[in-house]
Ligand binder design. Structure first.
Ligand code: G3I
Length: 422
């Protein structure tokens, strides 16, 4: 090989190496190291081709060092994973699950029953029985495939309109409102261990839409339909949200015994932005993270991507962009440092002494007797040996039938902790 050719090859290799060089590591602690002692998951969504992108080395390095949970942005949606009937494409999702396992991360399954990203073969089923059977079948196959490898599934996604009514979609139109009950029941049957979540946007504050979701979930719980948590997507604008309202909304969902997951957070700013826009964005992130760490039922904060350049935002909102914690070159933005600081400050507050919530007769077990004693107290009886301070398991200030129900669910293994227990 002559010198010129060698030089050209060296330059190309150097170029390749340069674009794969690790980004400058942010100052301070990594986010997952701050979140883990708080019992919090901190995560990101990954593109389907995360492993073959031109900058995959730096992408994977930042992902592995900062986060402890990952959501596939698109790879597990039904149109991607089951494009034609009985034909499953698990390749990209398996690759992500392997990546997560190799780096000690949890996986958040996203998403099964939705109005969007559904394959034509499903959308074209017009009989209730056939559609329920198809739903049951895809859930069995997909949850069976990933059993033991996924922490939680978004079972139903975005089923509500802004006014709190059910959103029209082929599931609703062909099956009826009980399509949601069936989806959760099929998931519990397919994988009894995985957590089951309802996920939606514009429901982080108390409004007509979150009222609709709240009423549905409350009814599901009273009717014995399995559901473990609520996902607040939190795709928000630079106007931010009402943070006290957000905290109040989390409190009412926590009082139902649910876990709360911030599932898809991003904060979009103008496409032509200033330093002040970046600082405003950082402040919005800080406020949201602070409210989450203050709420024991809030279990995860997941961002909808890592660097700004791979975000979905500008393709849908052309005047907005740059919604994430890292810039296009993987440098940490002010938003990153705001999240870091909110987590670090929470870690410096001493953890409350654990209470034996639910063990209302003080015999060191939480069983059906505790549920019965709580129910007796609720109906006005004053049972012997009843330790009232341990009965308000959802910490909403009342000892009522919901507490008895939660203790009973704990006894039969449907939940393994109470929302407010640290
Ligand atoms: O599948 C085709 C692929 O074959 C083709 O090569 C490619 C070329 O453009 O398009 C591919 O489909 C795109 C898909 O992303 C995968 O890249 C769709 O056109 C595009 O609409 C789709 O957008 C995703 C969108 O959900 C719809 O599924 C976004 O990336 C994703 O960020 C967005 O995420 C949603 C959550 O799932 C639910 N909550 C809201 C959030 C933002 O919309």
């Amino acid at each position: 090989m002559n010198k010129v050719k060698k030089g050209v090859i060296s330059c190309l290799l150097m170029g390749l190496l340069l674009c794969q060089l690790p980004a400058a590591e942010p100052e301070g602690d990594r986010l997952k190291d701050l979140a883990e002692p708080l019992g919090l998951f901190i995560g990101f969504s990954a593109p389907t081709n995360f492993y073959s992108m031109s900058d995959t080395i730096v992408y994977q390095e930042v992902a592995a060092s900062e986060f402890n949970i990952v959501t596939p942005e698109n790879a597990m949606k039904l149109d991607a994973i089951c494009p034609t009937q009985n034909n499953y494409n698990f390749g990209p999702s398996d690759r992500l699950v392997q990546f997560a396992r190799a780096h000690g991360m949890q996986v958040h399954g996203h998403t099964l029953i939705w109005y969007s990203a559904q394959p034509n073969w499903l959308v074209n089923i017009h009989s209730r029985d056939q559609l329920l059977s198809a739903m049951n079948n895809v859930i069995d196959v997909i949850l069976g495939h990933f059993a033991g490898q996924i922490l939680l599934w978004d079972v139903v996604n975005e089923a509500f309109n802004e006014n709190g009514s059910y959103r029209s979609n082929f599931w609703l139109n062909v099956i009826g409102e009980d399509y949601i009950d069936h989806a959760f029941q099929y998931c519990r049957q397919a994988d009894p261990a995985v957590k089951l979540i309802y996920n939606d946007y514009n429901i982080a504050e108390i409004n007509q839409k979150s009222d609709g979701v709240y009423n549905m979930i409350e009814s599901m719980i009273f009717r014995g339909i399995p559901i473990d948590g609520i996902g607040f997507q939190m795709h928000i604008t630079d106007a931010g949200i009402d943070y006290q309202n957000f905290a109040d909304n989390m409190a009412r969902f926590a009082a139902l015994g649910l876990e709360i997951y911030i599932t898809e957070m991003d904060v979009r700013i103008p496409i032509i932005y200033t330093e002040s826009d970046l600082n405003n964005q950082a402040e919005i992130y800080r406020q949201v993270i602070e409210r989450c760490v203050d709420q024991p039922a809030c279990k995860a904060i997941q961002f909808w991507g890592i660097p700004d350049k791979y975000s979905w935002i500008t393709s849908v909102f052309p005047e907005s962009g740059f919604p994430l914690l890292f810039d296009d070159d993987y440098n940490a933005k002010p938003a990153y440092y705001a999240v870091q600081q909110a987590l670090a400050c929470a870690g410096s507050v001493s953890t409350p002494v654990p209470r034996k919530l639910g063990d209302v007769n003080g015999d060191d077990t939480i069983n059906i007797i505790d549920a019965l004693l709580t129910a007796q107290f609720y109906v006005g009886l004053n049972p012997d040996g009843f330790i009232a301070s341990r009965a308000d398991v959802n910490c909403d200030g009342n000892i009522d039938i919901l507490d008895a129900l939660l203790i009973a669910r704990h006894f039969v293994g449907l939940i393994d902790s109470f929302s407010y227990e640290h």
